[in-house]
Ligand binder design. Structure first.
Ligand SMILES: Cc1cc2nc3c(=O)[nH]c(=O)nc-3n(C[C@H](O)[C@H](O)[C@H](O)COP(=O)(O)O)c2cc1C
Length: 205
């Protein structure tokens, strides 16, 4: 095994360091956050830091990069209070990745990347039509990560839309049936395949 210690990786150029540190702790979830601005312009961006925070109440969180430059997702979700989380599938990884480009706020990433928008009745938040799992989320709170100026955004899950064939009788969602991908580092998209579901682990008596 190769050992890369802190002194060594701190000396790496920005891009290789970014690759190393972003990929060393495993696969991450692959989602697009959909929002709408006060002016009615839709926005879509890829996020790999969305994680489960608790089931009761149903909460998720994600890490937002420092707001030293305009962050449209953040501005919109603070203004409107709601956003959508849409799972990325194999069929649209390229366009999903393209949403990370720095488009001006007047440009909708739905139009710029060709990702089809879906509107749900009575909900003024854009969803990704081809996502197998779509969540409607409500902004709840945020915490500054003082160590690096990022923000941990906390949101409640208000509605879950899931393709019929993914939802089991026990309400478990089998993501690979929707070809939902995982993110490796900052630019690698991996296929997923369920190996096995295991029973609740108990210590032997
Ligand atoms: C694979 C991948 C994952 C990303 N994950 C995050 C993330 O978790 N948090 C974040 O702030 N930006 C993340 N980004 C960067 C945003 O997608 C990018 O800054 C985007 O332009 C934000 O759009 P907005 O300004 O419209 O919100 C990621 C980019 C890529 C390519």
């Amino acid at each position: 095994m190769i050992c890369i210690d802190k002194i060594e990786f701190q000396k790496l150029a920005k891009v290789p360091r970014l690759h190393l540190i972003n990929s060393c702790m495993g696969f991450k979830s692959a989602n697009l956050i959909g929002t709408i601005s006060k002016d009615g312009i839709t926005n879509l961006a890829v996020f790999s830091s969305i994680t489960h925070l608790g089931s009761d109440p149903a909460l998720l969180g994600f890490i937002l990069r420092p707001t030293t430059v305009p962050r449209h997702t953040y501005t919109n979700l603070k203004d409107i209070g709601f956003f959508s989380v849409n799972a990325i599938s194999e069929s649209f990884i390229r366009s999903a990745h393209q949403t990370s480009a720095n488009y001006p706020k007047e440009v909708s990433e739905f139009e710029a990347t060709g990702i089809a928008v879906e509107w749900k009745q009575t909900i003024n938040v854009p969803f990704v039509r081809d996502s197998a799992v779509q969540l409607l989320c409500k902004y709840v709170n945020e915490y500054e990560i003082k160590e690096n100026g990022t923000i941990h955004v906390i949101a409640s899950i208000e509605k879950i839309f899931v393709k019929d064939e993914l939802l089991g009788e026990d309400y478990w969602i089998q993501l690979d049936k929707g070809n939902v991908v995982a993110i490796n580092g900052l630019d690698g998209y991996s296929k997923t395949e369920l190996i096995e579901r295991l029973p609740y682990a108990r210590a032997p008596k």
